[in-house]
Ligand binder design. Structure first.
Ligand code: SAH
Length: 349
């Protein structure tokens, strides 16, 4: 059992077991919600602090931090208690700050263009670890003038496949949206998946109704299979049907991520076919010029070409925008910083 994996009920049960007065639960929760460790819970009796400190904590610390001189995006490398490293990114927008966090150490999905998956999945992240990333970002960056908090939006778009760590991710989402904990609205949260179809159906029944983002990247199984092994398990038709069901059940617009790869999925005929696939659904297409990964030979497209592709989709009455590239100068893309740092640690210059 880890202290950070206890929700309010869990803390209350612990306080009862330790014969503490009821009000201690709120005191402990207030500290835990700020990411404060037991040693620093100054309004608790020393004996209780020591009892809490004796439990495994299960959080993380900031190991390294890079700030983009271009747009102020901050890339964090978090060190977990078992020595593993994971990434997180804080992006600044006019309406708030968005925290992009990881859900696994590595990833087992094997997408050809993605740096997170090159060495497979090391392990799942626990809810308390995912919460710790948000709390550390909030400690590191105080809220802007007139804001009540620093992290206003969350995207599960870091390393890992969130629906492959289903139970922990659903628990994380329940806790991060709970008024007892971080109280962030599901409307301000996005979960991105490569498309584990049966899990999407479970998710819409069981989890808070966050925005669902689907990493589509192709309009046909034929092309999708060349980039994403998951396409061999779940055909694109089933995935689109699950997306339609999610939009209907939740009333939320589904977002499709589409990374443009030169000569693979970026032609006019691709835009027309994609529009046909998505027709009639409440959705939006987020176009990403592929961030070329050194280890792979797939090439991205220019911003101008991505804008042109967006225009083709708009002409077909499909809402589309090109994603703002944030933090590209600081290895902002999935798994790239972690890999670079692990590489440096393993082969010191
Ligand atoms: N596993 C989930 C969460 C990862 S989200 C998913 O697949 O959706 C990270 C997003 O970045 C995904 O859409 C992923 O396909 C995309 N991505 C990964 N590597 C990329 C790269 N080199 N260039 C552009 N997008 C990339």
């Amino acid at each position: 059992m880890y202290l950070t994996d206890l929700d309010k009920q869990g803390v209350a049960a612990l306080m009862t077991e330790w014969r503490q007065p009821r009000f201690r639960t709120d005191q402990v929760m207030a500290w835990l919600n700020k990411g404060v460790r037991p040693e620093e819970m100054t309004n608790l009796p020393k004996a209780l602090r020591e009892q809490l400190a004796a439990l495994p904590y299960g959080g993380s610390v900031i190991e390294r931090k890079l700030t983009s001189p271009k747009d102020g995006t901050v890339k964090y490398l978090f060190l977990l208690e078992d020595g593993n490293l994971v990434e997180g990114v804080l992006m600044h927008y006019s309406y708030g700050n968005t925290a992009c966090i990881s859900t696994q150490v590595g990833c087992r999905m094997g997408c050809k263009f993605c740096a997170s998956t090159l060495e497979g999945c090391v392990r799942d992240l626990r809810p308390g670890e995912m919460l710790s990333f948000i709390k550390l970002m909030e400690q590191d960056e105080p809220p802007r003038e007139g804001w009540s908090r620093s992290v206003t939006n969350i995207v599960l778009m870091g390393s890992g496949e969130p629906l492959d760590n289903y139970d922990n991710v659903v628990t994380f989402l329940r806790r991060v949206t709970s008024p007892d904990e971080l109280n962030i609205s599901p409307r301000n949260i996005s979960l991105s998946t490569c498309g584990l179809v049966p899990k999407i159906y479970r998710f819409m029944e069981e989890a808070p109704h966050v925005t669902l983002s689907i990493s589509l990247h192709a309009h046909s199984d034929e092309v999708r299979k060349t980039m994403m092994p998951i396409a061999n398990t779940y055909p694109i038709g089933d995935l689109i049907e699950a997306a339609r069901a999610y939009a209907e059940k939740t009333g939320r617009r589904v977002v499709f991520e589409y990374a443009l790869v030169e000569g693979v999925n970026d032609g006019r005929e691709d835009a027309v076919a994609l529009a046909k696939l998505l027709r009639g659904m409440v959705c939006h297409v987020n176009l990403i010029p592929l961030n070329s990964v050194k280890e792979r030979s797939l090439m991205g497209v220019s911003r101008a070409h991505a804008e042109e592709f967006a225009g083709w989709l708009t002409k077909e009455h499909i809402s589309a925008t090109v994603r703002r590239e944030m933090g590209a100068d600081i290895d902002g893309a999935c798994g790239q910083l972690r890999r670079r740092v692990i590489h440096e640690i393993q082969q010191p210059i």
